[in-house]
Design a protein around this ligand. Structure first.
Ligand code: PEP
Length: 251
């Protein structure tokens, strides 16, 4: 079912007391019934359990920023999807561009991570996006299609519907430069078309596709107004409670 979502990716920021303060402030400012909108946060691993406890009874759902491609065993430093699920977190980011770029995560590794997430009843938020060089070289569709086909096409339609996709142009992440609403809409519509080619339009229309890349209170509303944009994955602005809430209120 296509959901409207604002999700905060905290990346490797905040210590434990700062994380607690941010969660408390965000939950205090979520006023009343949030209706059919969803608000998700992705704190660093050490704060997952705290975050789950502190958000209990609020509409906020908690997820991890990554999971291992392996189930368990001698993989020092890795965190399994089962461990995340056992902390009562419900979501996991898969294939954020920083993981692809700095930790060499390929589409094939990400296929395994998607399987691990779904196998442990975590909702994967699968990130796709092109670099500036790829955009300038006219390769946006080629890159995005490959990221979708290689990591998702093996899924049944039923499993695919448990996945959320985030379109995050690499050139817009943490740079202050945002895709225009038309640029973002064009790629979101393309993502839906690629999914429709394999799964049919009805299924493709049920998938939530979030935009990420320097979303701020000032540009959120016009981005979220586009037909195929179902919300946002927010980095920097999710660390400031008032900005994150303002972005959520723009949904
Ligand atoms: C992100 O890291 O997913 C992101 C979109 O970051 P920012 O909002 O800071 O560009």
């Amino acid at each position: 079912m296509r959901k409207k979502i604002v999700a905060g990716n905290w990346k490797m920021n905040l210590n434990r007391s700062e994380a607690t303060e941010l969660i408390n402030t965000v939950s205090e400012h979520l006023s009343g019934d949030i209706q059919d909108r969803h608000i998700w946060i992705f704190p660093p691993f050490p704060f997952l359990t705290d975050a789950v406890r502190k958000t209990a009874g609020t509409p906020i759902k908690v997820g991890a920023q990554n999971c291992s491609m392996y189930t368990s065993g001698a993989y020092t430093g890795e965190v399994a999807a089962d461990m995340i699920a056992s902390c009562d977190a419900e979501l996991v980011l898969v294939g954020h561009s920083e993981r692809r770029q700095y930790f060499n995560e390929s589409n094939l590794v990400l296929t395994e991570k998607i399987n691990q997430a779904l196998g442990n009843n975590l909702c994967p938020v699968y990130c796709v996006g092109e670099t500036l060089e790829e955009r300038q070289g006219g390769k946006v569709e080629e890159v995005i299609e490959k990221q979708l086909v290689q990591a998702l096409y093996h899924l049944s339609a039923e499993k695919l519907q448990q996945v959320v996709i985030a379109y995050e142009p690499v050139w817009a992440i943490g740079t202050g430069e945002t895709a225009t609403p038309d640029q973002a809409q064009e790629v979101h519509a393309f993502i839906r078309k690629v999914l429709a080619d394999q799964y049919g339009e009805e299924v493709a229309n049920e998938i939530s596709i979030l935009y990420g890349g320097s979303v701020k209170p000032a540009n959120a509303e016009e981005l979220f107004a586009m037909n195929d944009i179902d919300g946002g994955l927010i980095g920097g602005a999710s660390l400031k409670a008032s900005d994150f809430i303002a972005i959520f209120n723009a949904l």
